[in-house]
Write a protein that binds this ligand. Structure first.
Ligand SMILES: Nc1ncnc2c1ncn2[C@@H]1O[C@H](COP(=O)(O)OP(=O)(O)OP(=O)(O)O)[C@@H](O)[C@H]1O
Length: 254
């Protein structure tokens, strides 16, 4: 069974059809990229999956779970985590604190049990700390562990955002332009992080990305969109050589 399925999903902003009868499925364990010119509808697709927007028609499933029956606040509990195009972290908190916030959904305690600091609360706290330390090590964030986000270089913040998403223990990780604003070297590091997240953590990755080097290097399959609709779907090389894709990019450039 596919991990994520979109069937005939349409979303309009007033008269503009931002996503137009779009269907695709993401298989467990794959890295799946969505590419397309500015305004193609890529971020809107992420916002639909995250339940920020309600489609006017169509269906979205996480395995057999009807995502449209859930609110945005349920999405993390279902196992979907995301990063944002414009990094969204708590600026005046440390890396460690930001990651612990990411663990929030794993807190099953009540306020009373927390006040009494019951053994179950203590155990959960230790488990959360261990998980967060594991992610800090995994993404080489040890040197920044106790640093405030506000003072960190942009490239490090991008990695912290990925770390915070991983702290929720997702089955599906949505990365919104993971390479935007990164240097060539940082983009290459990001490629290896994505590869490791898939291979070592077994997490399925769905990303929106403009950097075709990163997309080709790390993706199993690519969906190319324009004007809210599917232009092509296949391996990176199939999609890059697809006439409709070439036309869409050259058309916008000219
Ligand atoms: N909240 C909104 N209200 C109105 N129109 C919107 C809204 N969000 C997006 N749009 C429009 O919907 C279309 C798709 O936008 P979207 O941001 O999904 O594109 P994108 O492919 O992610 O572009 P980019 O690569 O520039 O981020 C665009 O025409 C955009 O102007």
């Amino acid at each position: 069974m596919s991990l994520l399925t979109l069937e005939n999903v349409t979303l309009r902003f007033g008269g503009l059809t931002a996503v137009d009868a779009l269907s695709f499925a993401v298989e467990p364990g794959e890295v799946f990229a969505i590419v397309g010119p500015n305004g193609a509808g890529k971020s809107t697709v992420f916002n639909l999956i995250s339940r920020f927007y309600d489609p006017v028609s169509g269906a979205i499933h996480l395995e057999s779970e009807d995502l449209l029956a859930h609110k945005a606040s349920d999405v993390a509990n279902l196992g979907i985590a995301r990063t944002f195009q414009n990094i969204e972290l708590f600026e005046h908190a440390t890396v460690l604190q930001n990651l612990l916030v990411g663990r929030h959904r794993h807190r099953r305690s009540t306020m009373l049990s927390e006040l009494l600091f019951l053994p179950s609360v203590r155990r959960a706290e230790i488990e959360n700390r261990e998980k967060v330390e594991e992610i800090i090590d995994f993404l080489d964030l040890q040197p920044y562990r106790d640093k405030m986000i506000a003072g960190l270089p942009y490239g490090v913040r991008k990695v912290v955002e990925v770390a915070r998403a991983l702290a929720t223990d997702p089955r599906l990780l949505l990365l919104d332009e993971p390479a935007s604003g990164l240097s060539v070297e940082e983009t290459s590091d990001m490629r290896w992080w994505i590869e490791d997240i898939r291979r070592q953590m077994g997490i399925t990755v769905l990303m929106v990305e403009h950097d075709m080097g990163l997309v080709s290097g790390v993706s199993d399959r690519v969906l190319a969109m324009a004007d809210g609709a599917k232009l092509a779907l296949g391996t990176p090389s199939e999609v890059q050589s697809h006439p409709a894709v070439i036309e869409a990019y050259l058309g916008r450039a000219s």
